[in-house]
Design a protein around this ligand. Structure first.
Ligand code: HEC
Length: 146
């Protein structure tokens, strides 16, 4: 009985390790953080569309995007070009940083917009923030490997 339980635990641990190793660990970390940004964008989008009321949680979501945005360059150490990160991130680091500065600035405006609790203002600022995501992805993110 004990053996069976232990085997079960080992199988679970190895399955977890295999998943974490799907791409490099740095890439896993930044994809997870980018997805967190995406989740916060979605929460704000629900408010912009009128599907949810603006609240302190909306402001918190915008602040989370702004906080994470400031960390983006630290998620891309030299030589961590796995998964969808393109090599031009490092050959054109200044351009990559400039693309990220646009997200930092737009998300700061988004924080200010959420504080008005006005869905139209929030929607406009969200659109502007979303453009900066696409602006970087277009140049520095490759297609999903199949
Ligand atoms: C300065 C560049 C840059 C900005 C700005 C940026 N991203 Fe990304 N993002 C990337 C790169 C590069 C990757 C791929 C990372 C990897 O594969 O290791 C990525 C990955 C992602 C992923 C992971 C899913 C996948 O398959 O690639 C999501 C989700 C995402 N970004 C959402 C966003 C959202 C939402 C915003 C704006 C609020 C944003 N990103 C802004 C560069 C950026």
């Amino acid at each position: 009985m004990k053996k069976i339980i232990l085997a079960g635990i080992a199988a679970t641990v190895f399955a977890g390790a295999a998943m974490a190793g799907a791409h490099g660990s740095m890439s896993d970390k930044r994809v997870a953080s980018m997805k967190e940004i995406g989740g916060a964008m979605k929460a704000i989008s629900d408010v912009a569309k009128g599907n949810a009321e603006a609240s302190d949680a909306t402001v918190a979501a915008a602040m989370k995007i702004n906080t994470l945005a400031k960390q983006v360059p630290s998620w891309f150490p030299e030589g961590s070009g796995e998964y969808r990160a393109k090599a031009n991130i490092w050959t054109d680091w200044a351009g990559f940083k400039a693309a990220n500065d646009k997200l930092v600035a737009a998300s700061a405006d988004l924080v200010a917009a959420t504080k008005t609790m006005d869905s139209a203002q929030i929607g406009a600022a969200l659109g502007a923030t979303g453009k900066t995501c696409g602006g970087c992805h277009e140049t520095y993110r490759g297609p999903k490997p199949s």
